[in-house]
Write a protein that binds this ligand. Structure first.
Ligand SMILES: NCc1[nH]cc(CCC(=O)O)c1CC(=O)O
Length: 318
């Protein structure tokens, strides 16, 4: 019976956070499963799970997330529900996922990747270069902050969190002159009524795994394994294998400004990666090219190249 497809009597329970982006990603996953297996919507149940990271009483909106909790802030409760059997699969933004999953769970299904780029969002300015000296920039991302300060040390960075609407309100209130979001999130939710400009990866290298939905399951669940195998995008999986190996070797936590992006042409993979000091005062960047079948090893090797070049105090603030 475990091999049987889901049905209205035995629905597949899809776990997700309750944010608009998370729900959009869960619905996309459901739609792809319905299409791949010709199943009715009633064969699936979307189960919203509140995580520590979603609890507003615990999370002061002005306090940086890195001060509040660790990597599992948005995944712990979801993974517990999966291990307990309350849900069968969990839909995540891969870039928010730790490089290793808890015992008994696997993350081996990645949907075709959306736009990997970051977006520049402003009511008054077309791009980063056009920002006046000393302009105030809103972001909660240590990576984006370090990358911006690296090229524009004059900018002032203020903590910015919350959903798209909250951020846009802060922009129109004049709290900051611009902010940044992943294009993938904007595309999935519908672009807001404000000028958004995609930033080339050469100007702002995205976060590892940006734009890729990842779906986690119990290792022992053969029904889920069969369903997810049909959705998996091999190219996205290979790109993320390189990027996540790069992150793993750098021991990336949410406190480490790290960026990485792999691209595949034919059988060849090119991985660009960089690490920065949090204040942007130094950036170490390099790239590596090799057979796509060596994705993981290429990621590890690029990380080691950067680690060799980092001065002894590069990670001293950690
Ligand atoms: N850290 C939050 C987060 N996780 C994934 C996305 C966007 C969607 C994606 O990259 O898949 C975002 C928001 C953002 O960076 O704008």
């Amino acid at each position: 019976m475990t091999h049987a497809l889901p049905s209205p009597e035995q629905p597949l329970k899809i776990g997700t956070r309750g944010s608009p982006l998370a729900l959009a990603q869960a619905r996309e996953t459901r739609a792809r499963l319905m299409a791949a297996f010709q199943l009715p919507e009633a064969a699936f149940e979307i189960v919203v799970i509140k995580t520590t990271g979603d609890d507003r009483s615990l999370i002061d909106a002005d306090r940086p997330l890195k001060e509040i909790g660790n990597k599992g802030l948005f995944t712990k409760e979801i993974e517990e529900a999966m291990l307990a059997g309350t849900i069968d699969i969990a839909v995540h933004s891969s870039k928010d996922m730790p490089v290793e999953q808890p015992q008994g769970l696997v993350l081996d299904c990645f949907l075709p990747r959306e736009d990997v780029r970051d977006a520049f969002i402003s009511y008054h300015h077309p791009n980063i270069a056009a920002l006046p000296p000393g302009a105030v920039v809103g972001t909660s991302s240590l990576r984006r902050k370090a990358q911006l300060l690296n090229v524009r040390p004059d900018l002032k960075v203020v903590e910015f969190r919350g959903n798209v609407q909250t951020r846009l309100r802060k922009l129109s209130d004049g709290v900051a002159q611009c902010t940044f979001l992943a294009m993938a999130g904007l595309n999935r939710l519908g672009t807001p009524e404000v000028a958004t400009a995609a930033i080339a990866p050469e100007e702002m290298l995205p976060a590892v795994a940006q734009g890729a939905i990842g779906i986690e399951r119990r290792e022992s669940d053969e029904r889920a394994a069969r369903l997810l195998a049909a959705l998996h995008c091999t190219e996205t999986g290979t790109r993320l294998a390189a990027e996540r190996a790069f992150l793993a070797r750098l021991d990336g936590s949410c406190e480490t400004p790290i960026a990485g992006l792999a691209d595949i042409a034919g059988d060849t993979l090119t991985l660009r990666g960089e690490i920065l000091r949090p204040d942007g005062s130094e950036k170490l960047a390099d790239q590596i090219t090799g057979p796509a079948s060596d994705a993981k090893a290429l990621g590890t090797e690029l990380a080691e190249t950067l680690l060799c070049r980092a001065a002894p105090d590069f990670f001293a603030w950690r």
